[in-house]
Write a protein that binds this ligand. Structure first.
Ligand code: NAX
Length: 332
């Protein structure tokens, strides 16, 4: 067993955290040999609920859990953090657009960015889940200037998993037969789920998912809109936003960041743009990335046709607008 690392989960009394805490504490992210000090941050009115979550974590009798620290103080929560799952935010309700949430939520990420800057390890890996995730991540990074901006990422893995599932179901394949589906851009309805570079394995042989499906109208139509609107569809059915699948996706994202991606495979993550694929710099844009030695790099050289370029431009424009709005809120 190695020395414990400090892992922070914000929004720890909420519904995503309820699934996420168990998965992290089981070793599904940092490995079965890595002990964990779990720091749980939520707001003061939720401390009673959080106490119940702490009781349940204890009752799970999880060997990797070294210590659990519930708190409403960001200074305590982020102290020595090696990894932070930033889930805490106001969730989107039925009929509510993500933009309505922006103003309330970016302020949270300004405060928590400042706390990360002061108290976390300089190599802390920050995954922003709370919406608007991409813009919250750029704000968080902006207010944590002593931490490299590469250490701030936003979650589009749920969208990737949703896209993977759609392709697998369409072909009647298990999900692990599908790889390299890309989510470009914002975790919002402007995201561009792109199957052009996806590969499927059928009877041991790899082939293009695009050719295997053989239906461009579907892949440029219903496939994209189903993935874009899946969050809203879950809210409409469940009357609550995606939680179990969001927790699983957060684990997948941090797992791959910590452990790397297999050769020939890439995953999508919201990362600070360096201008790749002609996208604006300094927004958190979801790109296909490969990960080695806990460092991600954007996969280069993928062909982008006019259809894709149009989609990328739409989502980039939204991210630029969100960033401007967010900076204006933070500067008030
Ligand atoms: P819940 O409302 O169940 O939980 C949110 C928790 O955050 C609450 O306990 C709340 O008290 C806490 N919180 C609020 N302000 C806080 C602060 N300043 N510091 C610490 N904690 C704070 O929401 P849940 O369903 O868990 O969703 C959490 C966030 O994830 C929402 O913003 C939601 O929109 C977002 N999602 C993002 C997804 C993604 O793919 N990036 C998908 C799922 C989800 O919709």
């Amino acid at each position: 067993m190695s020395e414990p690392i400090t892992v922070v989960v914000t929004g720890a009394a909420g519904q995503i955290a309820y699934s996420l805490l168990y998965m992290i504490s089981r070793g599904e992210v940092f490995g079965k040999q890595q002990r964990i000090n779990l720091h749980l941050l939520d707001i003061p009115p939720m401390m009673g609920v959080l106490e119940g979550v702490v009781m349940e974590l204890g009752d799970c009798a999880l060997p990797l859990l070294n210590k659990v620290v519930p708190t409403s103080d960001p200074a305590v929560a982020f102290k020595d953090a090696a990894a932070a799952f930033m889930v805490g935010a106001m969730p989107r309700k039925e009929g509510m657009e993500r933009k309505d949430l922006l103003s309330a939520n970016v302020k949270i990420f300004k405060v928590q960015g400042e706390a990360l800057d002061k108290f976390a390890r300089k190599d802390v890996k920050v995954l922003v889940v709370g919406n608007p995730a991409n813009t919250n991540a750029i704000i968080c990074s902006h207010y944590a200037p002593s931490i490299p901006k590469e250490n701030f990422t936003a979650m589009t893995r749920l969208d990737q998993n949703r896209a993977k599932y759609q392709i697998a179901s369409k072909l009647g394949l298990p999900v692990d037969a599908v790889k390299n589906v890309i989510i470009w851009g914002n975790h919002s309805s402007t995201q561009y789920p792109d199957a052009k570079h996806a590969v499927v394995t059928v009877n041991g042989a790899s082939k293009s998912a695009w050719d295997a499906i053989g239906d461009a109208a579907y892949l440029q139509g219903d496939f994209i809109s189903t993935v874009q609107k899946r969050g809203a569809a879950v809210i409409s059915a469940r009357k609550m936003s995606s939680a179990m699948s969001a927790a699983k996706a957060a684990c997948d994202h941090m797992h791959d960041w910590w452990n790397g991606t297999p050769a020939g495979e890439f995953v999508s993550m919201g990362v600070v743009s360096d201008g790749s694929y002609g996208m604006p710099k300094d927004i958190v844009f979801s790109f296909p990335v490969e990960i080695r030695d806990k460092k991600w790099s954007i996969v280069q050289g993928l062909s982008i046709d006019d259809f894709s370029k149009g989609k990328l431009d739409i989502t980039a424009k939204e991210l630029l607008e969100e960033k401007d709005e967010a900076m204006a809120v933070c500067n008030q």
